[in-house]
Design a protein around this ligand. Structure first.
Ligand code: 5GP
Ligand code: ZN
Length: 112
């Protein structure tokens, strides 16, 4: 998508601190981290939000979670939180599907 911020990161039109990449996923550090480690994992295919995950494209959701688990093995061995925000009311600000991987501090539950 031409005007999508995360598609621009995928195309390297905007710099990001990339921590993992394969054929279908890119992972990079959040520009405004909410924890000592805060990584965003995105599919290279543009999907607007978790609400657009369906039977045809759902494999990507598992791939995002397993890539996060792989990254966390090294960086967050004591535990972490995975978050998909869906819709503005839930705090979604970038409308390209992304999984937040957060850790490195105690995380309260429920989140604020
Ligand atoms: P959301 O609020 O949509 O769930 O998450 C979007 C995230 O993208 C936010 O945590 C925000 O800090 C991050 N973000 C927004 N713009 C940029 C950017 O240009 N680069 C990076 N690395 N992260 C960004
Ligand atoms: Zn996009």
């Amino acid at each position: 998508m031409d005007n999508c911020l995360f598609c621009k990161i995928i195309r390297r039109e905007i710099p990001a601190e990339i921590v993992f990449e394969n054929e279908e996923i890119l992972a990079f550090r959040d520009i405004n981290p909410q924890a000592p480690e805060h990584i965003l994992l995105i599919p290279k295919e543009h999907i607007n939000s978790p609400a657009e995950i369906n039977e045809a494209n759902s494999r990507i959701a598992g791939s995002l979670v397993s890539a996060a688990a792989e990254i966390a093995k090294d960086k967050l061995p004591d535990g972490y939180r995975l978050v998909f925000n869906c819709g503005e009311i839930a705090g979604q600000t970038v409308f390209h599907l992304h999984l937040h991987l957060l850790g490195g501090r105690s995380l309260n539950w429920p989140p604020g």
